[in-house]
Design a protein around this ligand. Structure first.
Ligand code: GLY
Length: 595
C-alpha cells in the first residue's frame, strides 16, 4: 500500500513557493458563509444557516446558487423582479468579476447550458476564449521545441486568449433576457464604487500568490496596496471596473471588443514585459459566441446534458456514468470500496479517451457520438469486470468515419473557476461554468479586471511520438476544457442543474454528485457535501479530513496509489421537483437562495 498524505496549510505554502502556493491556498482557504463587509442583506441569513447545518435551501418559484453571497444577492434581486435566468446570470457574473476576481470575469470565458421553459429545448453557448490568429503550435515551447514550465507560460501575455465572457453575457441576454440590459450592472457598479469587504478566501489566495501578483505594478497595487496583501474584511474599491461595467451597460458588449477597450487589452498583452503575447485587435473584433447542440447521454431515468467540445466535460461525465449504467451502485452504497473501484476506473477510462480525442471540434474531428455510444461503452465497461484496480488504462477505439491517429495530450489544468446554477419562474434552467483559468489568470489587469491564461489549457507539446496532438495550439482555436455545466432532465423536464470549478477534477466532482443524488438518494446539499474521491490518471485522490479517509486502506489494497488531500470543489446545484431545493459547496463561500 502506498498512502501519501499531503500536508496542507501555510507550511505547504511556504514550502512550495508562491506559485504552487496559490493552489495550496486554494485548498486551505478558510470557508466563510458571508463575504461580509458592505454586507449582504439579511435575506440571505436563513440560507447561510441552512448551509451551515448541511441542509438544502427550499423555494417555490426561482432559485440561484453561486460562489459568493454578493453575487447571489444580485441575481436574486433580478429574479425577484421577474427577470429570467439569463438576466440574473449577467448580474451575477458582473459581481463575481469584482468579489471573486481570481476565478472568473470579463477577461475570461464560459460555457452555458440552457433548458428553455417555453419550448422544452436544450442548447449550449460556447463563450470559450480563442487563440490569437498569430499563435502557432509552438506558442508554449522554447527555442528548442521543448514545452515551457507551466507557470513560466501562465504569467504574462502569452497565455491570454480572446475573452468570451462579455460576448456570452450579451448573447444569452439577447436570446433569453427580459430585463433592461443596462440595469443588470447596477449592483456590481455600486459595489465597485462603494467597496466590498475582501472575503477570507480571496485574502488567503492573494497572500498565497503575492509573488506572482507583484510582477505587474498595477496588479500589485490593486491586490497588495503598499506591498501588503489585502486582508479579510478590508474594503476594496475598484472604480476602473465600475467604468468598464458602465461601458458595457451603455454601449453593449461590442464596445468591449472594439475601440479603446480592445486596444487596451491587446497592448497589455503585447507589452507585458516578460512572456508577452500576440493577441491583436483583430482577434477581439472577430470573436463570436458559438451555439452548439447540447451533448446528452442517458443515465438511469435521466438525460444528462452538458457542454461538448471544446469542453471534455459532457463527454467525460457521460462516459463515466455510461460505463456504470450496468452496475447497481445503489445496492453497493457510498461506503463501498467496490463502488469506488468501479467509479475510479470508469473515470480513468474516460480520461484516457479525453486525453487522445477531445479538443475543439471546429479544428479537429472529435468522435463525440462514438465515445458515448452504448455499444462502445458496454465494450469498455467489460474492462471493469475484475476485482482490483486496472493495472493499465489506454484510450479505446470509438467508431468514427475518420481515421484518427492522434497522440496523447498531457495538458495540465489546475483548479480555479466558478459555477452558477439558476432556475427562474418561467421554467428556464441555466447552468454556467465560468473561468479565467488559473487563480488570478495571467495576473495582467486591464479595466479593473484580470485577463485569462486560458491558452495554457492547450497541450504545450504539439506532437507525441510523431503523432499530432488534437489539443495542440492553432490560430483561432479554443483550448480544451474540463468545465461541465450540466442539466439532468427527466421526461424532457429539468430535474438537476449542476456544475463545479476544479480544473480537470471538475469531471469527477460532477459525476460523483450526480451518482450521490441519483443512485444514493441524497438530497442536493448532501450530495454536494459528500466527501470526494477522484481518480483521473491512476492515483486515487481522497478528500482529507473527511469520512472518505476510511476508504484509503481498502482502495490501496485494491492496488491504487492513494493521496489524501484537500479537494476544493465549488459545486452549486438546484434540484427541480415539486418545489426547488438548492445546495452550495461547504468547501467555498457560495450560497443557494430562492423564493
Ligand atoms: N480552465 C478550466 C477549464 O476550462 O476546465
Amino acid at each position: 500500500m502506498r498512502l501519501k498524505i499531503l500536508v496542507t496549510g501555510m507550511l505547504l505554502i511556504w514550502a512550495l513557493g508562491p506559485g504552487q502556493a496559490q493552489q495550496a491556498a486554494d485548498a486551505v482557504a478558510p470557508e466563510t458563509s458571508g463575504a461580509g463587509g458592505i454586507e449582504t442583506s439579511q435575506r440571505l441569513a436563513p440560507a447561510r444557516a441552512l448551509k451551515e447545518a448541511g441542509q438544502p435551501v427550499a423555494a417555490q418559484d426561482w432559485m440561484i446558487a453561486a460562489a459568493n453571497p454578493h453575487a447571489v444577492e444580485a441575481g436574486a434581486r433580478v429574479l425577484a423582479q421577474g427577470g429570467t435566468a439569463a438576466d440574473a446570470m449577467v448580474a451575477v457574473q458582473a459581481v463575481l468579476g469584482l468579489v471573486e476576481p481570481q476565478s472568473s470575469g470579463l477577461g475570461g470565458g464560459a460555457f452555458l447550458v440552457w433548458h428553455d421553459g417555453a419550448t422544452g429545448g436544450i442548447t449550449t453557448l460556447d463563450g470559450r476564449e480563442t487563440a490569437p490568429l498569430a499563435a502557432t503550435p509552438r506558442l508554449f515551447q522554447d527555442a528548442e521545441g521543448q514545452p515551457l514550465k507551466f507557470f513560466d507560460a501562465v504569467v504574462g501575455g502569452r497565455s491570454v486568449g480572446t475573452p468570451g465572457t462579455p460576448a456570452l453575457m450579451a448573447e444569452a441576454h439577447a436570446r433569453w433576457g427580459r430585463a433592461d440590459w443596462a440595469g443588470l450592472f447596477d449592483e456590481a457598479i455600486t459595489l465597485a464604487e462603494d467597496g466590498f469587504a475582501v472575503s477570507p478566501r480571496l485574502a488567503a489566495l492573494i497572500a498565497g500568490d503575492a509573488a506572482r501578483l507583484s510582477r505587474f505594478a498595477d496588479t500589485r497595487d490593486y491586490f497588495l496596496p503598499d506591498g501588503v496583501p489585502l486582508a479579510a474584511g478590508d474594503i476594496l474599491r475598484n472604480p476602473e471596473y465600475a467604468g468598464t461595467l458602465r461601458l458595457l451597460a451603455t454601449r453593449g458588449a461590442r464596445a468591449f471588443y472594439t475601440g479603446e477597450m480592445a486596444q487596451d487589452i491587446t497592448e497589455r498583452v503585447q507589452r507585458s514585459g516578460r512572456n508577452s503575447g500576440v493577441l491583436a485587435p483583430l482577434d477581439l473584433a472577430i470573436y463570436r459566441v458559438k451555439e452548439r447542440a447540447a451533448t446528452c447521454a442517458p443515465y438511469r431515468a435521466y438525460e444528462v446534458c452538458g457542454m461538448g467540445p471544446p469542453s471534455s466535460g459532457a463527454v467525460a461525465v457521460g462516459q463515466i456514468l455510461g460505463l456504470l449504467e450496468g452496475v447497481d451502485l445503489a445496492a453497493l452504497g457510498a461506503d463501498s470500496p467496490e463502488a469506488w473501484r468501479l467509479i475510479g476506473d470508469a473515470s480513468r477510462l474516460a480520461f484516457a479517451d479525453r486525453g487522445r480525442y477531445l479538443a475543439d471540434s471546429d479544428f479537429v474531428p472529435v468522435p463525440v457520438k462514438g465515445l458515448l455510444a452504448g455499444d462502445y461503452l458496454a465494450e469498455r465497461a467489460r474492462l471493469l469486470g475484475g476485482d482490483d484496480a486496472l493495472p493499465e488504462v489506454s484510450p479505446g477505439s470509438p467508431e468514427f468515419d475518420h481515421a484518427l491517429n492522434w497522440g496523447d495530450d498531457s495538458a495540465i489544468e489546475l483548479p480555479s473557476t466558478s459555477h452558477i446554477s439558476i432556475y427562474d419562474r418561467f421554467g428556464n434552467a441555466l447552468s454556467m461554468t465560468t473561468t479565467i483559468e488559473n487563480g488570478f489568470g495571467s495576473r495582467l489587469m486591464v479595466g479593473g479586471f484580470l485577463l485569462n491564461n486560458e491558452l495554457t489549457d492547450f497541450s504545450f507539446a504539439s506532437h507525441d511520438n510523431g503523432r499530432p496532438i488534437a489539443n495542440r495550439v492553432e490560430p483561432g482555436k479554443r483550448p480544451r476544457s474540463s468545465m461541465a455545466p450540466t442539466i439532468l432532465r427527466r421526461d424532457g423536464k429539468p430535474v438537476l442543474i449542476i456544475g463545479s470549478p476544479g480544473g480537470s477534477r471538475i469531471i469527477g466532482y460532477v459525476a460523483k454528485t450526480i451518482i450521490a443524488w441519483a443512485d444514493w438518494g441524497m438530497d442536493v446539499q448532501a450530495a454536494i457535501s459528500l466527501p470526494h474521491l477522484v481518480n483521473r490518471f491512476g492515483a486515487y485522490d481522497i478528500e482529507a479530513g473527511t469520512s472518505a479517509e476510511a476508504l484509503a486502506e481498502p482502495l490501496a489494497a485494491l492496488g491504487y496509489e492513494v493521496n489524501l488531500r484537500d479537494l476544493t470543489s465549488g459545486l452549486h446545484a438546484i434540484e427541480v421537483g415539486e418545489g426547488l431545493r438548492g445546495g452550495a459547496d461547504p468547501r467555498r463561500e457560495g450560497l443557494a437562495y430562492g423564493e
